[in-house]
Design a protein around this ligand. Structure first.
Ligand code: GLU
Length: 467
């Protein structure tokens, strides 16, 4: 049978890292077994689902390159089918109408709480043969005895006695299906073989298995992934920093780095830390997923990001840098600056693409002011002469190439009988606006002749006004 997995987010917020990890593990499992990966949008909660959240899921999946094999499905498009199955369950005696009122159920709940019992439906309408009305819900007839054992691929066997479960509502008074029903119908119809999801759903699983059994449907295998915690041991949330996938993009992470980080959240392959996508697919196995919660470690993610900036394929990094430059209003694709050279020049000192883009602005745009401290140190009486020398040499230089540019700086120092620093530092501040840049020859080669000469002219006048 073809392995088929699904990622089934509810579009009620951004795509967070927990969801992305679930998506990644489901995707990897399908890819590893040459199976099918489905994206199913669980949007039946009409009040909480939004179009922006749907878009955030699509954007996140695309940014992470977690591709799905069929068009995404929407549960709101599938209501007739859910209705059909609810009808079938009623017909076969696996479900019944219940007209217990909210007030009645609330009293029952209070009584049970007072008696220190677990609140649950008492089965009053179970055998009462109530007719349908606009006040009736449909409840599933959970078996009275026996037990369900989930052979969880991550957590091991989990057994729940049926008497612990009550008769859950599968259709509301308006006929709309509830969560457990829609999941079961879709998992069955989509021939899902492996349900990989967060362990916050473990309580639903025995209920879903009971419904699948009532429908004589084959059972998928289940793998419940442990929670992700923040550094303080509490469930990961916004107050720990970025948690939405797109926020990691905005903060300058590469998708490869985030994927590599996420794959190691609960899964291991020996002590390997760095995984290409192909390696993830090759080595991934649910058996090696740890059942215990894992802690999100921003520093490690940052370390991975730097690793991928340093060693990743330049061609893969370029579009991401272009995106970040665009956020700064720079249309890098239409500029002369060579982006692969720029990345090579900046990656040592940049841990994120935001840092890299910010440190690269002066290659594209005139800076406003000279950074005070560096200018004070580098621009002194006489440095206008140094810069004039350089400007003339650069204006005449045949080949705008690193070696030749380096020679200009070196020869100027020799001619003027100055140390290299006394030439390079005013030059750096003149063309970058500050004393920090990649090596001077690389900076010059990236900047190009026109901007170099113009900025030298600006610095010369600036120094002359100081005198
Ligand atoms: N829609 C559910 C959620 O977002 C997931 C359901 C499932 O994976 O079975 O939590």
């Amino acid at each position: 049978m073809t392995v088929t997995t699904r990622f089934a987010p509810s579009p009620t917020g951004y795509l967070h890292v927990g969801g992305a990890r679930t998506a990644l593990f489901s995707w990897l499992y399908a890819r590893k077994h040459n199976g099918t990966f489905i994206l199913r949008i669980e949007d039946t909660d009409l009040e909480r689902s939004t179009q922006e959240s749907v878009q955030a899921i699509f954007d996140g999946m695309e940014w992470l390159s977690l591709n799905y094999d069929t068009e995404p499905t929407f549960q709101t498009h599938n209501f007739p089918r859910y209705k059909e199955i609810i009808g079938q369950l009623l017909e076969t005696g696996h479900a019944y109408y219940c007209d217990c009122s909210k007030e009645e159920l609330e009293i029952l709940r209070e009584q049970q709480m007072a008696a220190k019992e677990k609140p649950r439906y008492n089965g009053k309408c179970r055998d009462a043969n109530k007719p349908q009305s606009d006040k009736t819900v449909v409840r599933f007839k959970t078996p009275m005895d026996g037990a369900i054992t989930i052979a969880d691929l991550v957590k091991g066997d989990i057994t729940v006695a049926n008497k612990e479960l009550d008769d859950l509502v599968i259709a509301r008074t308006d006929g709309s299906p509830t969560y457990n029903l829609t999941v079961v119908v879709d998992d069955m119809d989509m021939n899902i073989t492996h349900v990989i999801r967060g362990d916050d759903h473990i309580n639903n699983t025995p209920r879903q298995i009971n419904i699948l059994n009532a429908l004589n449907a084959p059972l998928p295998e289940y793998a419940h992934l442990p929670m992700i915690l923040g550094s303080d041991g509490a469930r990961l949330s916004k107050r720990h920093g970025a948690v939405s996938v797109m926020q990691f993009r905005d903060e300058g992470y590469l998708p490869q780095a985030l994927l590599n980080y996420l794959v190691r959240l609960g899964w291991s392959h020996g002590d390997q830390e760095i995984f290409s996508i192909d390696e993830m697919i090759e080595f991934f196995d649910l058996k090696n997923v740890n059942g215990a919660a894992s802690t999100f470690n921003m520093e490690k993610l940052l370390w991975l990001n730097h690793h991928y900036l340093m060693h990743g394929e330049l061609a893969e990094i370029v579009p991401h840098l272009v995106w970040h430059l665009a956020q700064l209003g720079i249309d890098a694709a239409n500029e002369k600056v060579d982006l692969t050279d720029l990345i090579k020049a900046q990656r040592e000192r940049s841990k994120t693409l935001v840092e890299m883009a910010n440190a690269s602005i002066y290659f594209y745009r005139e800076f406003e002011n000279y950074e005070e401290k560096s200018a004070k140190k580098a621009f002194s009486a006489g440095s206008d002469n140094v810069l004039t020398h350089l400007k003339n040499a650069f204006a005449q230089l045949q080949n705008w190439e690193k070696e030749a540019l380096h020679d200009v700086v070196k020869n100027t120092a020799e001619t003027l009988e100055l140390g290299l620093g006394k030439v390079a530092q005013p030059l750096r501040v003149a063309i970058c606006g500050s004393g920090v840049s990649p090596s001077i020859d690389i900076t010059l080669s990236l900047l190009g002749r026109e901007k170099t000469v113009a900025r030298l002219e600006r610095a010369i006048s600036h120094i002359q006004t100081l005198a």
